[in-house]
Design a protein around this ligand. Sequence first.
Ligand code: UDP
Length: 434
Amino acid sequence: MRHGRISPHGVLPQRVATISVHTSPLEQPGGGDAGGMNVYVLETARRLAASGIAVEIFTRATSSDLPWIVEVEPGVTVRHVIAGPFEGLSKSDLPAQLCAFTSAVLRAEAQHEPGWYDLVHSHYWLSGQVGWLARERWGVPLVHTAHTLGKAKNASLAAGDTPEPLARIVGEQQVVAEADRLIANTDDEARQLIDWYGADAEQVVTIPPGVDLGTFSVRDQAAARRRLAVAPDALVLLFVGRLQPLKAPDVLLRAAARLVATDPSLARRLQVIVVGAPSGSGLDNPDAMPELAAELGIAGQVRFEPPASRDKLADFYTATDLTVVPSHNESFGLVALESQACGTPVVAAAVGGLPTAVADGRTGRLVGSHRTEDWAAALACLLHAPAHRAELSVAARANAEQFSWRHTADGLLRAYRDALSDFTTVALTGSGRP
Ligand code: UDP
């Protein structure tokens, strides 16, 4: 049995099977099931490949047009796996396809020489179930990143949102019990894994996600506004992300309507930009947000944009005065980091990973409720204070510079090394559970 290559940092894997069942890193994030996890998987794969590790990402084929294998760049490959019909399945249908997905992954590995993969890294609990079996079959460690946890989501549901089913919670618990290392985005998430899911504290590692500081950098605001046809004197509030109740874009729209109604000095210049497409329970009524803007009487001041490429997003962040992240729950909140990297302060809900991403009073504001009056007050306070916003902007960029995907990948390399080392020791001594 071969496990990895020896490096000055210990034994590292040579080839990692990364599992991302429900969403492909090749998809455009910002709608449907594609969001921060897609960005995370691709960005970390690139950095791991730069460290000499070949990353093969298995994901479900959702179209017959997709090539079976896509080489994204040297060392990063996406492999499309048939598990159920290409179209028409939602994320909640996928537990029934895990057997098909797993068998396709095992078959792909069997075409290589024995010991092809040194480690499995699964993303989200559905993938964890696949990784669990691959671990058993291949005799390699399983590293798992949950990205979101059903129990955390259920603890902070938006009004009218359906709770995550018991099947997910049980599935997550099984993966937690089987994984050799669990990667948490924040210390809070690490505590949830330990306290709520019974994870062994020694197997939980906190590794914050990163931001691409090159793509998301401080640009010329006037030029970005020209490119996006935003008025030079507008006061712009930006929402970026998947449109669903959990992300609470309605909180921003209600706060903006309140400002328009109560603050004549802001009313004329206020512009809200919403970038993203419906997702999850937001798909039940895809027009909910434009309808709400019309109902609130601010349709003329709200601009809806489809999911944007990374480069165009950087323009949106640059053209903006404040990025608003009002989520009910957020395992980290990449949007908050990207905005700060562009020098735009963030007003965010004080939930999940957002207090880690945003320094309250220094790079933006954290709001402790989802009440319209609290959000309107927090936004008005900053919109009326351009000099303060300029100070926040400088600190925001400096804050974002603490985070990078290189940093995240280095954390993963350490976790891989430790998982391999524990696994090999247990396999050699026969103690514990390999
Ligand atoms: N995103 C994007 N284009 C869009 C909207 C979002 O590329 O139009 C990306 C965004 O840049 C971020 C990710 O989607 O990297 C969303 O991640 P976040 O952690 O904020 O939320 P999640 O989707 O994980 O809930």
